[in-house]
Design a binder for this molecule. Structure first.
Ligand SMILES: Nc1ncnc2c1ncn2[C@@H]1O[C@H](COP(=O)(O)OP(=O)(O)OP(=O)(O)O)[C@@H](O)[C@H]1O
Ligand SMILES: [Mg+2]
Length: 256
């Protein structure tokens, strides 16, 4: 089996005359934490949308393990084991925390949003949902309506939804965005725990450099749709081109 769980080949996406992702060759090692960084508008979210199938490329290919999935319809992609969270939280606000996670467990079990299901199945999905909530430390809020959670807990709920869906690859788009500062280390610990306790691959877009530097084994830097550099955290922080294009401002906290 290939050591690469995801590979993109000359992946390109245009929006009209704007080339948002420009011939990106990315290789994500199975079981690794791989971060994508770069300034606003660099094409990071678009790249995630292409990998997870929410967008189709203008040209180029996406390979999952050894399978070309470029032209696979979205509903088939989800079953392959590529799960993603969104830059903006994507949960059902009027459902409880538990119901949100249980839907993910049901989708994985093939009972996609069916209204009628045998009670035994429901019980099993509830158990799986509780296990995922326990993993992220949200089990005590299981019966709370999702919309009423503080922002940091919503991000943890998203993570529980991904875990319940049993994705092999977790695509996390700015998981710390909008989080209170004191919540960030909690999420970081949680991601480390997932990394240690499972063989999941984590592909993460993140502006918080201390999160990126302490978590990722490989960092890909994007700039204007292209890959500017790739390497270990030490290599990237020492890279002069990266410092000039991005890190200089990121390290001094110049996100916006
Ligand atoms: N659906 C779309 N239609 C038109 N242009 C788009 C669309 N999605 C993204 N873009 C443009 O593509 C470029 C890349 O956007 P993208 O959201 O991928 O950047 P990003 O690196 O995720 O930025 P940020 O750090 O701000 O989240 C931007 O110029 C953006 O305006
Ligand atoms: Mg983005």
């Amino acid at each position: 089996m290939s050591e690469w769980i995801i590979q993109t080949h000359a992946l390109t996406r245009d929006f009209g005359s704007l080339r948002a992702v420009d011939h990106v060759d990315l290789k994500v090692r199975s079981g690794s934490v791989h971060a994508i960084i770069g300034p606003n508008g660099a094409g990071k979210t678009t790249l995630f949308n292409l990998i997870s199938g929410y967008l189709k490329p203008t040209s180029g290919r996406v390979v999952f393990r050894d399978r070309d999935i470029t032209h696979l319809p979205l509903h088939k992609m989800a079953h392959l084991g590529i799960g993603r969270s969104f830059q903006i939280t994507n949960i059902f606000p009027t459902l409880t925390v538990l119901e949100n996670v249980r839907l993910a467990a049901q989708a994985r079990g093939g009972d996609n949003f069916r209204l009628w299901k045998p009670a035994t199945h429901l019980h099993q999905y509830t158990e799986q949902a509780y296990a995922a909530l326990q993993q992220v430390g949200l089990h005590e809020r299981a019966l709370q309506i999702a919309a009423t959670l503080p922002h940091g807990d919503k991000r943890r709920l998203e993570l529980a939804i991904l875990l319940a869906g049993d994705a092999e690859v977790l695509l996390l788009d700015e998981p710390t965005a909008g989080m209170a500062t004191e919540q960030v280390p909690i999420l970081l610990d949680l991601l480390r725990q997932i990394r240690r306790g499972t063989n999941k691959t984590i592909l993460i877009v993140e502006h918080n450099m201390s999160v990126v530097m302490s978590l990722a084994e490989t960092i890909t830097v994007m700039h204007q749709g292209r890959v500017l550099a790739e390497g270990s955290p030490a290599e990237i922080s020492a890279n002069q081109t990266v410092r000039e294009a991005y890190l200089g401002t990121a390290f001094t906290g110049g996100r916006q």
